[in-house]
Design a protein around this ligand. Structure first.
Ligand code: SG4
Ligand code: ZN
Length: 307
């Protein structure tokens, strides 16, 4: 059938509003994170540490939906809570990735106008308040996405497990069960925190240290934001149609490194199903530049948390 949206010139992000009115809202994602404008914490925020846990067996199947790769997970035993999520407990639904055609673009969020080579998203839903993912996806506090920037550099061990599976899901609608352990917490740039127990990794980031009216910079200006174990958080949306305004975004300041080769494996996925002819109009039908450009932050508050 005719695809309703994609990242092409014809049906790309600037056209999504025509078919998906929510895409024109005032709480859209991604945004550019401006680290240069500081606002100090005037309010004493007492927030709990952000904590997460994922069993190493959580990754169940890898899928090519025709516009990214996605790993569907078994949410049982997973959780994300604390920080901006307060006492609500969110479960991991799936994780997926966005990337570019070259190593200088590909992320959805940008930092001081700079894009990364890619961005990994771990999508969670609020099981304290909602019964299903679909129900949560419609609610303002229904979803929480952990975002991790990917920078071209040395190969990433856990992502290599995914890269090795991608040739088996090279075409749209391909789906492969995962029989090995791919540990979602090993894809995150922050370790440390509390030691995990034997069956699952458990981690945390300490409470919010600073606020930002709009944007933030660490107190110690000689220190680079990339040395910081913390995260940025704001209220936004899904970055693909229908662009529901239901996401609490949590973006790690630290990036992870992936190799140029690993990124090239991502760039080899096809947008069209197995057995169909390559449409060959744009980029020979490979999945590249599957990111939505940043939208205005507007009146929203972007908080900096952790240390
Ligand atoms: C990707 O296209 C995922 O494959 C989608 O997952 C996901 O939609 C979409 O991104 C938006 O998520 O973290 N980038 S994002 O805001 O999670 C949903 C599926 O289509 C609803 C299952
Ligand atoms: Zn995403």
């Amino acid at each position: 059938g005719i695809k309703e949206w994609d990242y092409s010139n014809q049906n790309g992000p600037s056209t999504w509003v025509d078919k998906f009115p929510m895409a024109a809202g005032s709480r859209q994602s991604p945004v550019n994170i401006e680290t240069g404008r500081v606002e100090t914490d005037h309010e004493a925020l007492s927030s709990k540490p952000l904590r997460w846990k994922y069993p190493a067996t959580a990754s169940r199947a890898i899928v090519n939906p025709g516009y990214c790769w996605r790993v569907d997970t078994d949410g049982d035993g997973t959780y994300l809570t604390g920080g901006p999520l307060m006492d609500d407990v969110y479960k991991l639904e799936q994780y997926h990735c966005h990337w570019g055609c070259s190593d200088s673009r590909g992320s959805e969020h940008t930092v001081d106008g700079q894009a990364f080579a890619g961005e990994l998203h771990l999508v969670h839903w609020n099981t304290t308040k909602y019964k299903t993912f679909a129900e949560a996806a419609k609610a303002p506090d229904g979803l929480a996405v952990l975002g991790v920037f990917l920078k071209a550099g040395k190969a990433h061990e856990e992502l290599e497990k995914i890269a090795r599976l991608l040739p088996y899901v090279s075409h749209k609608d391909d789906n492969l069960p995962i029989n090995e352990s791919i540990d979602p917490s090993k894809l995150l740039p922050v370790r440390g925190g509390r030691a995990g127990n034997s069956s699952a990794s458990q981690n945390c980031i300490n409470p919010c240290m600073r606020w930002a009216g709009r944007i933030i910079r660490p107190d110690n200006k000689s220190r680079d934001w990339q040395d910081d174990n913390g995260y940025w958080t704001y209220l936004g949306s899904l970055t693909t149609p229908p662009c529901n305004e239901s996401v609490t975004w949590i973006l790690f300041k630290r990036y992870i490194e992936v190799s140029h080769h690993q990124l090239n494996v991502f760039r080899n996925l096809r947008k069209f199903p197995r057995g169909e002819e390559c449409p060959c109009h744009e980029n020979h039908g490979v999945v590249i530049n599957n990111f939505r450009p940043p939208l205005p932050l507007g009146n929203r508050v972007l908080r900096e948390c952790g240390s």
